[in-house]
Write a new protein. Structure first.
Length: 316
């Protein structure tokens, strides 16, 4: 659309050319050189598609932040080091203290089970279990099958986020995220072969997550509390996807367990996925949702959001 010049007092009279004395023809000025939105988005996506890393936006009760996520085969990645994070956890510290005879006799002791899973999370079977398996194995075929299974597990693509020492780095602005990437500060994504190129090429304008990479974990609990008729399948399904990714990447075994196959929250996820479909499948999915307790679901998700929030390192 052509810009309009400010109106002059003699706007009703034609403007004469100084040399010819004729009226100057109206010439439309060029339209504003605004970048085409689709072209800009395509350019931004080209960077991420080439480097196989994506910007992600996550909303939590404490605020909304940007981070990065990638998927690579498990054999290519070194899991984030949670030793320092877990050392600050008072519950884990209690578990690490060996039981005494007097402890066994006291009825008031509380056993923390979640941390028992964390010890072995994101690791292959420990040496003791592997040795026991080797002792029990009597057939070469079983050994070969175990080896194939291990190879397949190593080839599986798993998520990795912009994390450091067991904490998720969330940035409140694209500028602060880009500044961190360029700074050379230690983080778990730096082990990727494309990280160096990203640090050289990324610009704040590139931090534009796709709709599928925007997650509103801050709305999940409130949505579930509203009751079955108000549940938002898209919101809840996407929340489950990113929660599983974060739980794996951050080594949060309690969250993985809560979302594991056969759990009540996994049943909720499957029913939600079925409910958005048409036909008999959608009908059956909606019937299954009616049988899931809203209070139980909201309490479970409140725990998940709380555990994820507890390991976030907010950066301005």
């Amino acid at each position: 659309m052509a810009r309009q010049s400010p109106q002059r007092p003699d706007a009703d009279e034609p403007e004469l050319d100084d040399t010819t004395g004729t009226s100057e023809p109206d010439v439309a000025e060029p339209a504003d050189a605004a970048p085409d939105a689709a072209a800009a988005e395509t350019a931004n996506r080209a960077l991420w598609d080439e480097l196989r890393i994506d910007p992600v936006e996550i909303a939590l009760p404490a605020g909304t932040g940007f981070t990065l996520r990638a998927y690579r085969s498990a054999r290519e990645l070194t899991p984030t080091d949670v030793a320092e994070r877990d050392a600050d956890d008072p519950f884990l510290a209690r578990r690490q203290v060996g039981p005494t005879e007097s402890d066994d006799e006291e009825e008031g002791d509380v056993v923390i089970l979640d941390e028992d899973v964390a010890r072995d999370f994101a690791e292959s079977e420990d040496e003791e279990k592997q040795a026991q398996r080797d002792d029990d194995t009597t057939e070469d075929g079983k050994d070969d099958a175990d080896e194939v299974t291990a190879d397949e597990a190593g080839d599986e693509e798993v998520p990795i986020f912009l994390t450091h020492k067991g904490r998720l780095l969330l940035f409140k602005t694209p500028e602060s995220l880009v500044s961190f990437v360029r700074s050379g500060a230690p983080n778990d994504l730096s082990q990727l072969d494309s990280w160096g190129e990203l640090s050289e090429r990324v610009e704040p304008a590139d931090i534009a997550p796709l709709d599928d990479d925007v997650y509103e974990l801050d709305l999940v609990v409130e949505n579930l509390r509203g009751g079955h008729d108000t549940w938002d399948p898209t919101l809840l399904i996407e929340a489950g996807e990113v929660a599983r990714d974060l739980a794996y990447a951050l080594r949060l075994p309690a969250v993985l367990d809560m979302l594991a196959t056969g759990s009540s929250l996994d049943d909720l996820d499957e029913a939600l996925r079925a409910s958005v479909g048409g036909g008999i499948g959608g009908f059956m999915g909606r019937r299954r949702l009616k049988k899931i307790g809203a209070q139980t679901a909201s309490l479970g998700w409140r725990t998940i959001v709380g555990k994820i929030s507890a390991v976030v390192d907010w950066r301005d």
